[in-house]
Design a protein around this ligand. Structure first.
Ligand SMILES: Cc1cc2nc3c(=O)[nH]c(=O)nc-3n(C[C@H](O)[C@H](O)[C@H](O)COP(=O)(O)OP(=O)(O)OC[C@H]3O[C@@H](n4cnc5c(N)ncnc54)[C@H](O)[C@@H]3O)c2cc1C
Length: 417
């Protein structure tokens, strides 16, 4: 049965959901106070990694935290004023790192992520943006045999979940990625992984196709829901009501208040991240390269070379700390030594975005407590670009009342209640 479905949020998740819903014959209206793709989906590293099954909280992660926090170049920072607000999430994060939980989270992530590129390709083709999808693989590099060995639990988890990996020694690394510094002595290549040459243009392209196919995109902020009993009747926005039969909450890191109004108190935090881009760089890697020790990724993009990473726990409101982005240039130069010592400001751009993160690294994907007419699709943390194609497909299954093509029970919003 064809319905009118309101999608709240025009990021990669909301727009892929809108695309799949339209394919089912529904009338789609997307609401967002901003423009499509200009939230977190704008500035990420663009990796479509089916291999990203390793949750952020692993056994032993907590042991590394003091070292990371003490290092000004480290991958993690916390604004101490924010700690009281953060504490409940942190406790759940630590608990999520128990070995048996990690195994279950990895299995759930693999089901969501492995079909990423195959699922996105037909949507991108139909929208005329398939040129943005690259299948060059993803390379992780290590400065020492010791750090390579320290990462083996994560690689075992990936292998156990069907990820095929190729280990590279120093010479093979150089052959595979000639731009890489000679300081790196070990590497792992995952060939199945893909990446986007421009995440923003992907969302914009898909959004334009939604409009071409009769959908509407309105610059409106959703503030609530109108019900008749348990049936959804409308979405309330700051400027009026939008009648609909079903809705999708895909407002990324801003989704928690909407879920709360539907009876679901979800522990959603923002893991803020940064990027620094160099326009017309002297060297460009052939494929995304992750510095496994410094925990950032260098991705070749159509707009330049993008270094993306870092986690900053400081909430949704604190202003960006641009030093976190500039650190990426320093680290990027250590990765790709052909880059210059400094760049004029007009060749550099900086960005900060809000990863929507649940403590167990799994999204919320499924019906709300208040009504089966409202479906959640948020909380994709570090993997929202890769997870969107399948998330959108599952949302369409749930709206249609079809059995979803993978098990969505691990993603239920009430799992922390
Ligand atoms: C530095 C960095 C690197 C990353 N690298 C990768 C990567 O390589 N691969 C990967 O898969 N993921 C990566 N991610 C994660 C990925 O970017 C996110 O998981 C993903 O973009 C989330 O998409 P989204 O659609 O849920 O959120 P968003 O893109 O943030 O979209 C949410 C939208 O909701 C809108 N909104 C908010 N409130 C309301 C409201 N009340 N009403 C209506 N609309 C509302 C916002 O304006 C926004 O447009 C990275 C993230 C960062 C920060």
């Amino acid at each position: 049965m064809s319905k009118t479905v309101a999608v709240i949020g025009a990021g990669m998740v909301g727009i892929t959901a809108a695309t799949w819903l339209q394919r089912d014959g529904h009338k789609v209206i997307v609401l967002d106070p901003g423009k499509p793709g200009e939230g977190t989906s704008f500035g990420n590293a663009g990796c479509l990694n089916g291999s990203s099954v390793v949750p952020m909280s692993m056994p032993g992660t907590v042991k590394n935290v003091p070292r990371w926090l003490l290092d000004p170049m480290g991958p993690l920072s916390i604004r101490w004023r924010y700690l009281p607000m953060l504490a409940p999430w942190l406790i759940r994060f630590v608990r999520a790192g128990a070995p048996e939980r990690v195994q279950a989270q990895a299995r759930a992530l693999r089901a969501l992520l492995a079909p990423s590129v195959e699922t996105l390709l037909p949507l991108a083709k139909a929208a005329g943006v398939e040129d943005l999808i690259h299948r060059a693989g993803h390379l992780w590099v290590y400065r020492s045999e010791a750090s390579f060995q320290k990462d083996q639990a994560a690689w075992r988890l990936r292998r156990d979940n069907g990820v095929v990996v190729t280990e590279l020694d120093a010479d093979q690394l150089r052959q595979h990625e000639p731009a890489l510094s000679r300081d790196f002595v070990r590497g792992i290549l995952v060939e199945e992984n893909g990446h986007l040459g421009n995440p923003l243009r992907m969302v914009q392209g898909l959004a334009a196709a939604v409009v071409r196919n009769g959908g509407r995109i309105e610059q409106e902020r959703a503030v609530g829901f109108g019900f008749d009993g348990s049936r959804l009747k409308s979405i309330q926005t700051e400027r009026g009501d939008f009648p609909c039969d079903a809705a999708v909450v895909a407002a990324g890191a801003w989704s928690a208040p909407l879920a709360k109004s539907l009876g679901d108190k979800v522990p959603l935090e923002t893991e803020r991240g940064y990027h620094l881009m160099i326009r017309d760089p002297e060297v460009m890697p052939r494929l995304p390269v992750a510095d496994a020790d410094a925990k950032f990724v260098a991705t070749p993009m159509e707009t330049g070379l993008r270094f993306a990473g870092t986690v900053e726990l400081a909430g949704l409101k604190a202003p960006p700390d641009w030093r976190r982005a500039r650190i990426l240039l320093e680290q990027g130069r250590q990765l790709l030594t052909g880059l210059k010592g400094s760049y004029p400001e007009e060749r550099i751009s900086l960005w900060m975005g809000h990863r929507p993160s649940m403590p167990d690294s799994l999204p919320c994907l499924g019906p709300s407590t208040r009504s089966p007419d409202v479906i959640y699709a948020f909380g994709h943390g570090h993997v929202g670009m890769a997870a969107s194609p399948m998330t959108g497909k599952l949302v369409a299954d749930l709206v249609a009342g079809r059995p979803p093509s993978i098990d969505v029970v691990p993603f239920r919003a009430g799992r922390f209640a």
